[in-house]
Ligand binder design. Sequence first.
Ligand SMILES: [Zn+2]
Length: 423
Amino acid sequence: MVFVLDRHKKPLMPCTPKRARLLLARGRAVVHRVKPFVIRLRDRCAQDSVLQESVLKIDPGSRITGMTVVRGEQTPEGEVHHALFFSEVQHRGESVHRGKQTQRNARRRRRSANLRHRAPRFDNRVVPKGWLPPSVCSRVGNILTWTRRYGRWVPISRIEVERVRFDNQLLENPEIQGVEYQQGERAGWEVRAYLLLKYEYRCTYCGKTDGPFEIDHIRPRSRGGSNRISNLALTCHICNTAKGNQTAHEFGHPEVEATARRPLKDAASVNAARFALVEALRRFGVPVGTWTGGRTRWNRARFGIEKTHAKDALCVGEIAGVKLGRLKTLRIKATGRGEHCRTNWTAEGFPRGYKMRQKQVRGFKTGDVVRAEVSGPLKTAGIHRGRVAVRASGSFRVGKVDGINARYCVLVQRADGYEYEWA
Ligand SMILES: [Zn+2]
């Protein structure tokens, strides 16, 4: 779908690419932005238009976050969500982490190279409240950036986010009775999400990592074992069958029985970044609904949807059904906006050469999307389009082609910290 703005840049409902082409051809609209494609109508105001309910749905992940925009429709069975736009944001937590490592190496060298007296420092390492590690902070920042952007292009009336992978409280207090998840259809999904994380997607007994996994009672039901979460383990089918009516101890795994009662200890830290995210999302001023990963999996299985990050996001929330449509997924890769550090370092932490001071060269900077039409008897002759990497000499790399002169380049879109690709 194509995002549509009114003449005052206020968001309207997205339209099909075909309709966008017609609007552009008739001169009723202009191109506002290339990727993702946004057009602006010249003769329409948001006040005079009918806007439907649009929901932004988020499935945060450590490497990739699914972000899907849907149109909600009320039916007698409940709310049905029609997908309008699928996207996946690829985070750069790893590269932030590597950058911090490089910074550390450089500092270490400076400390040992310069042995003048420094006053001892001991109590200046206070972590402010709400602090997140830089790599996690960057992930939360990416999601907030895209929430803000979608908010500019679609009239978002609600945000649905998967806040936790499983409902902690529900699992820790299995005595709570009468809750629908306790005996209901959803119970298994919540338990499974918890166990997958606790046993790191691995058979507790043989360590096999490829599923499908089954849920095993460490002390069997028939021998007085309970259904409590602490008595459950993740196993492959072979081990589960072989174990049969034995306890884990009898099966030759006393360590499993010893550790079984230990709760998932990093459950809180797994969820910390997501809680910070939800808090930040609330500041956008639209209602934020939260959901659990176990229930997302349940929805996905119920509707028979394949697993991708964008479609996982679609399955977040209390819904009666989903309509996929024939939409592609926009892969959004966080690239950052260059570095503060101007020195190149060797692996040992010694300086080796310097980067350019200025970012712009002849009006372009690294990361801009350009179109270059090279004519004449040159090796690079042809039409090239893509991200540009600038050099002070004016000889740029466009996409994968090196040595294109700046004078052939025409700007398509300014660098905005992300790279885009349709999948
Ligand atoms: Zn096994």
